[in-house]
Design a protein around this ligand. Structure first.
Ligand code: GLU
Length: 506
């Protein structure tokens, strides 16, 4: 048997370090077994998936020099490797399950399902589908389908007993069927849900080992049942520990930058990041901390992954990066500086901004310090402003941060409009409104134009700096709750067509 592993990222956001972590372990394990590693794009959530996100994920994995044998860009014998191009395959499989009596059509309206869930919650029960449409007769179903009634396809699930399965790291796991919902397999839009698509694809792509994050453990009963319905062998399941913030909470961008691009932009070397991810739940037999993916593969034993939540700590990563930087000879060091930021391509982006503002070339560095390097650390006093209270500055940074998190297309005009609308709602002149943002991004009240700076910094660095600015202001738990409430009020007002600042203010 050839070992085949995969990662299956959903292209719905930034390239996450968790994706790189899973990719590394799947790749290394496949390599250690002389096997193959596949990249599949899980883009069946049509509303949230974007080609930009897919391109960023592929680019960040390439930057890390993780190599996949099959994938949407390199092809392979089991394609297509993008789920949106495989809709007909899932539909045929769902039809098979309906014909076998393992799945059924469900016509329940959103209102009925909401009422059902509310009643279940009130009765202190698990919220799960109550089986209403299981009782429909075949002729009735056929007539409703022929009439074009909106529907989904759900899988049948046992009501009693437990589902037991093996995890390569955790041993036997048992989950009562009463906790497992009659999962939707095909949605109203005809697209499959993750659960159907992942099982069908892992089987058709001949995946033998599934290494993925522990957040998927509770999904295994559904998957195991689907493998049984199709009469397919189930791959080995191996749920890796989730990366954690230093306070042990799940790694989240509220507390730690999570985008691979952030680390790339601050000048972490790809091999140092990979090495660091390799120490998350893994240690080499001789305990050495510096090792390459090849050395890791030579030493790798799946069962030796430790389950204790590995902490992703920027200070430790920086230390490791320094070890890599110091090992480079002068030539290689210069090459890395150029690859990082000091290259023509990057400078070309800066030229339109700095050329008109430069009298002597020596003026350049003080202008672009915060764009190329980091800005200085901030303190609450940096936000002192004659017309803004610290609460207002916090509100600006909080709301902008929330808006930026939700922003899918990082463009100058959209960034400006976002701030303009918020300023209008807060009754502030745009110039005042932008002050805390200048401080957060550049560390000074006057810098290169703000929205151009945001574009040059990119979404990851911008978001991190705005969040750091907010942290420097020292927002209390109570204040943060109030800010959240205010932001909700803003969302409601905006949905109803709130005023925005006049163009004059800009
Ligand atoms: N698309 C899922 C994700 O984004 C993949 C989960 C799995 O590996 O099964 O994490």
């Amino acid at each position: 048997m050839t070992v085949r592993t995969r990662i299956a990222p959903s292209p719905t956001g930034d390239p996450h370090v968790g994706t790189a972590y899973m990719a590394l372990f799947n790749w290394v394990f496949a390599r250690s077994q002389g096997g193959q590693f596949i990249l599949r794009i899980e883009d069946t959530d049509v509303a949230r998936s974007t080609p930009e996100s897919e391109a960023l994920i592929l680019d960040s994995l390439r930057w890390l020099d993780i190599q996949w044998d099959e994938g949407p860009d390199v092809g392979g014998p089991h394609g297509p490797y993008r789920q949106s191009a495989r809709k007909h395959i899932y539909q045929a499989h769902a039809r098979q399950l309906v014909e076998q009596g393992d799945a059924f059509h469900c016509f329940c309206s959103a209102e009925r399902l909401d009422a059902m869930r509310t009643a279940q919650r009130a009765a202190g029960e698990n919220s799960r589908y109550d089986g209403h449409c299981l009782a429909l007769g075949e002729a009735d179903v056929r007539a409703r389908l022929a009439a074009g009634e909106p529907h989904v396809i759900r899988m049948k699930v046992p009501t009693d007993g437990v589902c037991a399965f093996e995890d390569a790291l955790r041993g036997n796991i048992e989950i009562p069927w009463s906790q497992v919902d009659m999962q939707v397999l095909i949605k109203h839009d005809g697209f499959p849900t993750y659960h159907l698509a992942v099982v069908v694809d892992d089987h058709l792509m001949q995946i033998t080992h599934i290494l993925r994050g522990e957040e998927w453990i509770n999904s295994v009963p559904k998957h195991k049942l689907l493998y049984a319905y199709f009469d397919w062998p189930m791959p080995v399941m191996c749920h890796l520990p989730l990366l954690r913030n230093p306070d042990q909470s799940k790694l989240s961008k509220r507390k730690n930058p999570t985008s691979v691009n952030y680390y790339r932009r601050i000048g972490i070397l790809p091999e140092a990041l990979l090495n660091y991810l390799g120490t998350m739940g893994w240690s080499m037999r001789d305990e050495r901390e510096i090792f390459s993916p090849k050395e890791m593969a030579d030493d790798f034993v799946l069962e030796k992954i430790h389950l204790g939540g590995p902490v992703f700590d920027l200070a430790k990563l920086s230390w490791l990066n320094a070890q890599y930087l110091r090992r480079l000879d002068g030539e290689a060091f210069m090459d890395r500086i150029a690859a990082w930021a000091l290259n023509r391509e990057n400078l070309a982006r800066l030229v339109p901004l700095i050329q008109p503002r430069t009298e002597k070339l020596a003026d350049i560095l003080p202008q672009v310090d915060y764009l190329l390097g980091d800005r200085r650390p901030l303190a609450a006093a940096d936000f002192a402003h004659p017309k803004l209270t610290p609460e207002q500055s916090a509100q600006i940074l909080d709301h902008v941060s929330r808006e930026l998190d939700a922003m899918r297309h990082w463009e100058r005009d959209a960034l400006f409009e976002t701030c303009q609308a918020l300023a209008g709602w807060m009754g502030l002149k745009i110039r005042e409104f932008l002050f805390p943002l200048f401080i957060a991004l550049s560390g000074r009240p006057v810098a290169l134009p703000l929205f151009d700076s945001m574009v040059l910094l990119g979404p990851d660095l911008t978001r991190v700096r705005v969040r750091e600015g907010l942290a420097a202001l020292g927002v209390s738990g109570k204040q943060s709750k109030r800010l959240e409430k205010e932001y909700r009020a803003y969302q409601v007002a905006r949905a109803g067509g709130a005023n925005t600042a006049s163009a004059e203010d800009a």
